[in-house]
Design a protein around this ligand. Structure first.
Ligand code: GRF
Length: 203
């Protein structure tokens, strides 16, 4: 399964996916890393790892649709069949999402449906929750919604800061994103309505 990883930043989830996909029996191949930021550290790392990279700078497009048509063209050029969003900080229009229904995953640093959006670790700490975590889900037009493929839970410890909690969550992101991609790419899971059957949970 020819897979593209879309990144805007440091790309640590990208690293985990690239590393996992090196296993000979992994059912997906990372065929492209694509960024909306030409200077994204993730892009440089992917290039150094010998992966094809491309940048489509959203700032030079008049609007979201023009930007997305350009993204789509690059994805078609590389014959991409599946997308993993990994810290990709642009929202998509329903048109783009429609092109990739059932073929695009995202990772979110919270246990959805709790804490959609940004600053999830700060908000979890402010609420005093004792369990936090991360979620891999299929992308649908509503932000941070969509059928859930995998989740991992971590404890919130006394004295945690957003950084210490975030690091604990991130370590689990690096575990469940490759597992989720494996499940989906191998056809081990199927979507029924808003549910993914055969999905996994870790704690
Ligand atoms: C991660 O926390 C991920 O959950 C969120 O964006 C961050 C990306 O980090 N969607 P990285 O670029 O993968 O290191």
């Amino acid at each position: 399964l020819r897979t593209a990883i879309l990144v805007s930043g440091r790309g640590s989830n990208m690293d985990a996916l690239i590393a996992a996909a090196r296993a000979p029996d992994f059912p997906a191949e990372i065929a492209l890393v694509l960024s909306n930021r030409p200077d994204a550290p993730g892009l440089a790392k992917a290039k150094a790892a010998g992966i094809a990279v491309a940048a489509v700078d959203h700032k030079i497009y008049a609007g979201r649709e023009e930007f997305e048509r350009s993204l789509q063209l690059v994805l078609e050029t590389y014959r991409i069949e599946f997308i993993c969003l990994a810290g990709f900080m642009r929202l998509f229009t329903p048109w783009f999402i429609g092109q990739w229904t059932g073929r695009m995953l995202n990772i979110h640093p919270a246990l959805l449906p709790s804490y959609r959006g940004l600053h999830t670790h700060e908000r979890a700490l402010a609420d005093g929750v004792k369990i936090h975590g991360c979620t891999v889900h299929f992308v649908v037009p509503e932000m941070d919604e969509g059928p859930i493929v995998a989740q991992a839970a971590v404890p919130v410890l006394d004295g945690d800061t957003p950084d210490t909690l975030g690091a604990r969550v991130l370590a689990q992101e690096h575990v469940i994103y490759p597992l989720a991609l494996r499940l989906v790419a191998s056809g081990s899971v199927r979507i029924e309505g808003n549910r993914v059957l055969g999905a996994m949970a870790e704690s």
